[in-house]
Write a protein that binds this ligand. Sequence first.
Ligand code: RIB
Length: 313
Amino acid sequence: MAKTPRIAVVGSANTDLITFASAFPRPGETIFGTGFDLGFGGKGANQAVAARLCGGEVLMVAKVGNDLFGEATVRNFASFGIDSTHVRIIEGVPTGVAPIFVEPGGQNRIIVVKGANDQLTPADVDAAAADLRQVDTIILQFEIPLETVYHTVRFARANKIRCIVNPAPAVPASLADLAGADYFIPNETEAELITGRPVSTLEQAAACATDLLKRGFQRVVITLGERGSLIAGPSGHVHVPPFPVTSVDTTGAGDAFIGSLAVFLAEGMPEKGALERANLYAALSTTRVGTQKSFATRADFEAEWTRRGRGPG
Ligand code: RIB
């Protein structure tokens, strides 16, 4: 029986306003959408929910505004059994929101208005330090101030806690301040923006990951959407193939990948097996609409894993 992983997410919480449309409007044009979905999101919160649904004990460190969305976000964490002791409701700024536009076939475009997420400071991480020292893994993304991300990477390293950095959305960042992370996990677009190298083919993804290793990272995973993922580390790189699914909404798939991977690794699974499982967990999330509401429970995931002919471990 694997031990229960203890995962902390220092990151964002947003409210997602997801609009489905058959095309995007041109400047000055008004068109009719085909559907709408309001849901809980934010890359940090999504990763926390994925980790929780996969069986982790999860601690969230975040900030939300003193508005309807903020209170609802805290209740949402409680509904999943996520520890929100360090989710603070603050005055004067709104909770983060994300208008999201989804095309037929599931591809999305997202605008994030950071709101309270932008007020999460290194001091908030220090205030949570006693609880953070108890976890196996800390996960970070880029929807909070970069200073807070750098500070938390240093904290994790000083305390020998596994640290996963998901540089999403990609913004110019100091790689030297991130290199203490154990895993650096961009998607293709983020990897391109960070390195300035194209990531259209597997060969290019491998070259890009190798470039990031040279800049100081221990392990780099590039998520490749419907082509799976690629990991590079001290012993070379490996492509981890995808699982075929029919996608309707890819929003949050990267978050599903990271939250689930954190749990699989913390359970002690071999790296390749953990990545294969995270590939399937992320793929399954694209078969349903929404972000957190599209994530599978561990029981449903295991049933699908077995149905696809995969064994334990
Ligand atoms: O990764 C998907 C997430 O990105 C959405 O939930 C949205 O809130 C943005 O943070």
